[in-house]
Ligand binder design. Structure first.
Ligand code: NAD
Ligand code: UGA
Length: 323
């Protein structure tokens, strides 16, 4: 069914893995991103395997300003992963970029999809739409984002659903609420990579709060499997959690990183950050039913794979872990 697709955010952590998986299945992929290849070390490394593949067309566009009709033209499915990510920096003046990339960018992409007759948009939503919870979050639970980032992701999710509810449109939508994704190519601002970097370099990782916060860490390979399956869900619209199957405290993650690397993890404490929820945990019942999804890679194995990737990183890319 998927002959030609567009992946937005193709040069990013999750987008580039999705591109590789699609190409390996013989799917023609247009890889849209605002990062310019040849000028951005992370983009170049993430897309190293895809570039040169005759099925892959990189396309430099900004979703919030550029023309998008030709980008989606002829695509059956659009995987929409482009966004300004990251919970903690979304307060203050930075929110302009979150609003433009995540809300306006999504709206403009959806409009182009509707005009071009795209059948399915798969949207990378986020566990951050839930807010504080003391049991596994279910898709029908009330949403309560506590960061501007979470608000922008929820707004974009609603834009996808509003488009899919339009009676005059053939566009359907599946929003996947990913829970803290990790693995090779993980963004350098995120926790697991920073723990592993600290283990190998002795450069201390800053832990926000007392380390009791819990996250349902989800391995990238499982996220890609769920995302591919979302193209085939038989529904006009759906919202589905994609989690790793277990919620772990930061203290537990530090211990695990120490076991995986055989090294001590030097840490320094800092204040808890506004916008960070105390705990995330996913109810995966719907993911199992609609996507045939169940996570297959646990934290120990996933960290070992990320660790093997990290030790071979270029100098340029390692520098990002300390900024
Ligand atoms: P990433 O930063 O590695 O990738 C995002 C990509 O989108 C980048 O390459 C960036 O250049 C591109 N982009 C941003 N704004 C754009 C714009 N206006 N036009 C074109 N391209 C633009 O982030 P990631 O961690 O791979 O996250 C991918 C998606 O998954 C995001 O939508 C994020 O909100 C969502 N998500 C991520 C996680 C996670 O744990 N990484 C969890 C939940 C949801
Ligand atoms: C991650 C992604 O960054 C978001 O884009 C995404 O939307 C979100 O997951 C999600 O699940 O929806 P987050 O859970 O904050 O956000 O992931 P990390 O950056 O890996 O942080 C995990 C925990 O470690 C947080 O409690 C954070 O405060 C803590 N942390 C992170 C530190 O203590 N120190 C650090 O250097 C980084």
């Amino acid at each position: 069914m998927m002959a030609r697709v567009l992946v937005s955010g193709a040069a990013g952590f999750i987008g580039s893995h999705l591109v590789d998986a699609l190409l390996s299945r013989g799917v023609e992929v247009v890889g849209l991103d605002r990062r310019r290849l040849g000028e951005h070390a992370i983009a170049d490394e993430n897309l190293a395997a895809a570039i040169g593949n005759p099925l892959f067309t990189p396309l430099r566009r900004d979703l919030s300003t550029d023309q998008l009709d030709d980008a989606v033209d002829g695509c059956d499915t659009v995987f929409h992963l482009a966004a300004r990510p990251g919970v903690r920096p979304s307060w203050g003046a930075e929110f302009v970029d979150y609003a433009q990339a995540n809300v306006l960018g999504t709206h403009r992409l959806l409009d182009a999809c509707a005009r071009s007759g795209v059948r399915r948009v798969v949207y990378a939503s986020s566990s951050s739409v839930y807010g504080p919870a003391n049991r596994p979050s279910h898709e029908d639970d009330p949403t309560c984002p506590v960061s501007p980032y979470g608000v922008s992701k929820l707004a974009a999710e609603h834009l996808c659903l509003a488009h899919a509810r339009r009676p005059d449109s053939r566009l359907t939508a599946v929003a996947l609420r990913y829970f803290t994704v990790y693995g090779p190519r993980q963004r350098p601002d995120m926790a697991i990579g920073r723990l592993l970097f600290a283990a190998y370099t002795g450069f201390p990782v800053t832990i926000f709060g007392d380390g009791s916060q819990r996250r349902e860490f989800t391995y990238i390979g499982d996220v890609v499997a769920a995302t591919l399956a979302a193209a085939y869900v038989d529904a006009r619209y759906a919202v589905v959690n994609v989690g790793g199957g277990a919620s772990v405290s930061m203290r537990g993650a530090i211990e695990e990183a120490s076991k995986v690397t055989g090294r001590h993890i030097p840490v320094q404490a800092a204040d808890a950050q506004p916008g960070d929820v105390p705990s995330t945990s996913a109810d995966l019942t719907r993911a199992g039913r609609l996507l045939g999804y169940w996570p297959t890679v646990g934290l120990h194995e996933g960290m070992a794979r990320q660790s093997a990737w990290l030790v071979n990183l270029s100098r340029d890319r390692l520098a990002a872990f300390t900024s």
